[in-house]
Write a protein that binds this ligand. Structure first.
Ligand SMILES: N[C@@H](CCC(=O)N[C@@H](CS)C(=O)NCC(=O)O)C(=O)O
Length: 194
């Protein structure tokens, strides 16, 4: 299994999930500007979508789209999902919120938005993070242990620090709690992050 990632991109969630799962995997960084992998390969040969994450499975199948990749990882390693009757659906609900409401909300910050665009995005993202804080079920989104949705949320919380997005205290705690986990530290170290 091989993960294509870019440092501090949304693929960090998958990197963390694989480390938390304790599975053997390879990984290779992708330069998202040049679209070259660290070994010099043209990334469009891996995926015509040209974005991360990409997870290449043992049989050579290629998974893209963060929600699908994280859902697949949680299906292989149920400790990274939620074990209740609606568990998988709740995790998909949370992953979809993160990708459509949070991740996409950062576009003006990553893609040269105007100062007005960025200020507006900060307000909207702050309100959406407040919604997440209000619905936490415990130390993590769904209770005492983190799921793949927490790992994707974690990346958004790192972006919030980087771009000065107001973050509710409960989510600052969640960020610190996740950052203290050995698997998270290993994934971040592999991406050259602190
Ligand atoms: N629809 C994709 C979007 C993934 C995405 O936005 N990846 C970013 C990094 S966070 C990327 O690779 N951007 C480079 C590009 O789009 O050229 C998903 O949900 O996985």
């Amino acid at each position: 299994m091989k993960l294509y990632y870019s440092p501090l991109a949304c693929s960090l969630a998958d990197h963390i999930a694989l480390e938390e799962a304790g599975v053997d995997y390879d990984s290779e960084a992708v330069d998202l500007k040049t679209k070259r992998t660290a070994s010099g390969r043209d990334f469009s040969e891996v995926t015509a979508k040209n974005y991360v994450p990409v997870l290449v499975l043992e049989g050579g199948e290629i998974l893209t789209e963060n929600v699908a990749v994280l859902d697949w990882i949680a299906a292989q390693f149920p400790q990274l999902g939620v074990s209740e009757p609606l568990g998988r659906t709740r995790v998909l609900e949370a992953l979809t919120y993160v990708t459509t409401e949070l991740h996409h909300g950062f576009k003006p910050m990553w893609h040269g938005g105007t100062d007005d665009d960025k200020a507006q995005a900060r307000n909207v993202l702050g309100a959406k993070l407040q919604y997440v804080a209000d619905t936490l079920r415990g130390d993590y989104l769904f209770g005492d242990t983190p799921s793949v949705a927490d790992f994707y949320l974690f990346v958004m919380l790192l972006w919030a620090v980087r771009f000065d997005v107001p973050t509710p205290p409960a989510l600052e705690l969640l960020r610190s709690r996740l950052k203290a986990r050995p698997a998270v530290q290993r994934a971040m170290a592999q991406e050259g992050l602190r």
